[in-house]
Ligand binder design. Structure first.
Ligand SMILES: Cc1cc2nc3c(=O)[nH]c(=O)nc-3n(C[C@H](O)[C@H](O)[C@H](O)COP(=O)(O)OP(=O)(O)OC[C@H]3O[C@@H](n4cnc5c(N)ncnc54)[C@H](O)[C@@H]3O)c2cc1C
Length: 402
């Protein structure tokens, strides 16, 4: 008799878990319950859809037939409201009951609420799912002014997408340069200059205090008193893990659902992975660690003895014509960290390579980012780069020649 595995949430983590389970020849009766009406899609590509570079049909991760062929039951558009741990049943909002032997929480996260006056009004939205993206695309036909809060990857991609759709976009960011978690000040300022030249209005070291307008949003007020015209506000200032169903069911939670290196929660019949989970003091916002967790969990659900450990990750911006790549440790002020910097002020090319004991611990590339994956490989391998120090900033070909 096969046992019942119920997966709550049908996003990128669930899809990767299903793929890995199928590849490993699992022996479970699998049901996936998703609150979105669509089967799993590539959430990362919502930004290119907003920018008009792709359509939502391009996003689905597997055709429906794949799930059918692999015996995976889908229950979509009706999320799990409660988990009855005593009876081992997941109960959906519409009252459907799904008995389980093992449960996986893969409920992802949602945009964090920024806490300004009026942040819950209609017209203040996040960019998290297909519904948000379609709504924003619709607004671009009739509305003129957008304000985006947050100068991280998501905020920049949302702002640039709306600008490309013809809106006048103001971007408000509390840091003193863009992408301040992924770049240093020089790269962040180069990026800011490029985006300003494209027509994005930047308001740095600033924030929103309130939205103004009686029936609809008309303006937003910033911390420094500036008033910006706004028909809508996109909030991209952090994410909050969707942990509530687990929390109400009595599982140990802090910011996310707490898991150990087997991706087990405080209940040995319940796992969690992806952006809803917290491992040590870390929560997640990028897909690479989520994929690694899915592979480890699939292994464990098939009897393997694998465990999850955090690894360095690399990130890149998805804005056409602007290349930004960063990985690893990004603070050169840490004692023992040296910095090799290449900066062509004319072309705007910039590279900052951070080394400790001649081993790469971080890299920031702006302009030509083609060396990124090669550098990341050496970072992961801990290669002694002493013989190539002089060529390192010029990439693989120069180092090989040396
Ligand atoms: C616009 C955008 C661009 C991004 N770009 C990048 C990028 O370039 N690189 C990168 O690494 N990462 C990127 N990310 C982040 C990446 O998409 C996430 O890391 C990844 O989707 C996390 O997967 P997940 O399965 O944990 O969460 P999700 O993919 O969010 O899936 C969770 C699913 O669970 C559902 N759910 C929630 N609660 C319930 C419930 N109670 N019952 C049933 N279902 C529920 C949600 O509706 C959702 O469908 C981007 C994210 C966004 C929004």
């Amino acid at each position: 008799m096969k046992q019942d595995l119920v997966i709550i949430g049908f996003g990128m983590a669930s899809h990767r878990l299903l793929q890995s389970l199928v590849a490993a020849g699992h022996n479970w009766n699998i049901t996936v319950i998703g609150s979105e009406p669509d089967p799993a899609y590539n959430r990362i590509l919502l930004s290119p859809v907003l920018a008009g570079e792709m359509t939502s049909e391009d996003l689905y991760l597997s055709p429906l037939d794949w799930y059918r062929r692999n015996g995976i039951r889908l229950h979509l558009g009706d999320g799990v409201a409660t988990l009855e741990r005593d009876n081992r049943v997941a109960v959906t909002e519409q009252g459907r009951r799904f008995p389980y032997d093992r449960v996986v929480f893969a409920t992802g996260s949602r945009p964090a609420r920024p806490g300004f006056e009026g942040d819950n009004r209609p017209g203040v939205v996040g960019l998290r799912n297909l519904a948000d993206t379609h709504w924003l695309l619709e607004q671009t036909h009739t509305q003129r002014h957008a304000v985006v809060l947050g100068g991280g990857f998501l905020g920049l991609e949302a702002a640039e997408g709306l600008r490309r759709q013809g809106m006048q976009v103001s971007l408000v960011h509390r840091g003193h340069y863009l992408l301040n978690r992924q770049l240093d000040a020089t790269a962040g300022q180069l990026l800011g200059q490029t985006l300003s030249k494209r027509g994005l209005d930047l308001y740095l070291e600033n924030g929103i205090t309130r939205v103004l307008g009686k029936d609809a949003i008309r303006q937003v007020a910033l911390h420094d008193g500036t008033l910006l015209d706004a028909d809508l506000v996109v909030v991209a200032a952090g994410i909050t893990p969707n942990r509530e169903v687990a929390e109400y069911a009595g599982l140990a939670c802090e910011r996310g659902i707490l898991v150990d290196d087997q991706l087990l929660t405080s209940d040995p019949a319940i796992h969690a992975l992806g952006e809803c989970c917290q491992f040590g003091d870390r929560t997640y916002g990028l897909v690479e660690p989520v994929n690694q967790q899915a592979d480890v969990l699939a292994g464990r659900l098939c009897g393997a003895d694998t465990v999850y450990e955090d690894k360095a990750v690399a990130t890149r911006l998805k804005i056409s014509g602007i290349n930004v790549y960063s990985c690893g440790e990004l603070d050169s002020r840490h004692p023992g960290i040296e910095s090799i910097v290449y900066h062509d002020r004319h072309s705007g090319e910039y590279r900052n390579l951070l080394l400790e004991d001649n081993r790469l611990v971080g890299a920031i590339l702006y302009g030509d980012t083609s060396a990124g994956p090669w550098l990341f490989e050496h970072l992961q391998q801990g290669t002694d780069l002493e013989p190539w120090r002089a060529q390192l900033a010029f990439g693989e070909a120069y180092c090989e020649a040396a």
